[in-house]
Design a protein around this ligand. Structure first.
Ligand SMILES: Cc1cc2nc3c(=O)[nH]c(=O)nc-3n(C[C@H](O)[C@H](O)[C@H](O)COP(=O)(O)OP(=O)(O)OC[C@H]3O[C@@H](n4cnc5c(N)ncnc54)[C@H](O)[C@@H]3O)c2cc1C
Length: 257
């Protein structure tokens, strides 16, 4: 089994930026991704606040950063990580049916859309569920749809769908889904993808990994970057910044042990 210096869990902007910093410091790096490189930003058509590239799409930005990291020597693999375990001075990472090993870890698993309650899901029956009006709205042209949620994202999704659907019901968390809706668009917030590291690193009451501005976790050898950590601004530039800081922490940790 190949042993890596650093395994990065999650190939969003935070994880891929961490890979760039870690390989440039001469470390052997593996990035594990459960879905597709780019994470949350992958379906955004027009990013207006990424410095130096006004209007770049999320897919193009993700591909550029992935190519950059791979060109410098980072390895990428697909696996959904479900467990991390310390074995002596190393970390074993269980992803699907495979175990990967490294001396240090960077967790960069971002956030996922919050799901409807069991009661509300039951009232939706077998209606299609979407978490992205921009991605899936066009499939329901001329049909009634429902948006679940009461925050700004839900309002934005509702306004977008009003130009496409015959009717948009806007309901709150836990209200029953209208019988005639053709699809359900859920916008009730996001939750960090950190369940697999519960008990290994300290989490806050909402499941975010507790860290300081150095992206260190409560456990030596494990660093955290991006939206899955406690922080005040969850954006692309802060994800990239965390990636650089977490990689630097991991590099220093490895150089001192
Ligand atoms: C619709 C939308 C639009 C946005 N627009 C902007 C914008 O215009 N500008 C801006 O600055 N920010 C924007 N944001 C916020 C920005 O996308 C996030 O702050 C940023 O993408 C966070 O990056 P990340 O790498 O921390 O996490 P993520 O992008 O969430 O990436 C985490 C990655 O980890 C993977 N992963 C998760 N769990 C596991 C596991 N167990 N095993 C393996 N892999 C795993 C995921 O599949 C994902 O690819 C937007 C967010 C959304 C949802």
């Amino acid at each position: 089994m190949t042993k890596y210096d650093i395994i990065i869990i999650g190939a969003g902007i935070a994880g891929m930026t961490a890979a760039i910093y870690a390989v440039r410091a001469g470390k052997k790096v593996l990035v594990l991704e459960s879905q597709v490189e780019g994470g949350q930003i992958i379906n955004t058509i027009n990013i207006e606040n990424w410095p130096g590239d006004l209007g770049i799409s999320g897919a193009d930005l993700s591909q550029k950063i992935r190519a950059h990291a791979a060109e410098l020597g980072a390895a990428f693999d697909y696996a959904s990580v479900t467990k991390i375990t310390q074995v002596g001075s190393a970390w074993e990472v269980l992803g699907d049916d495979e175990t990967f090993t490294a001396s240090a870890l960077i967790i960069a698993t971002g956030t996922n859309p919050r799901k409807m309650s069991a009661k509300q899901s039951a009232s939706a029956g077998d209606k299609p569920i979407s978490y992205c009006a921009t991605c899936d709205g066009a499939l329901y042209k001329g049909k009634p749809v429902v948006v679940v949620g009461s925050g700004n994202t839900a309002k934005h999704e509702t306004a977008y769908l009003e130009n496409i659907a015959s009717k948009v019901y806007h309901i709150h968390h836990d209200d029953p889904i209208p019988v005639d809706a053709a699809a359900v668009f859920v916008a009730i917030g996001r939750v960090p993808g950190t369940e697999f590291c519960r008990g290994v690193v300290d989490l806050d009451e909402n499941g975010y990994i507790i860290s300081d501005e150095n992206c260190q976790t409560s456990t030596p050898g494990i660093f955290v970057a991006g939206d899955c950590r406690t922080k005040s601004l969850r954006q692309l530039v802060t994800a990239a910044s965390d990636g650089a800081i977490a990689a630097t922490g991991a590099i220093n940790y490895l150089n001192q042990t």
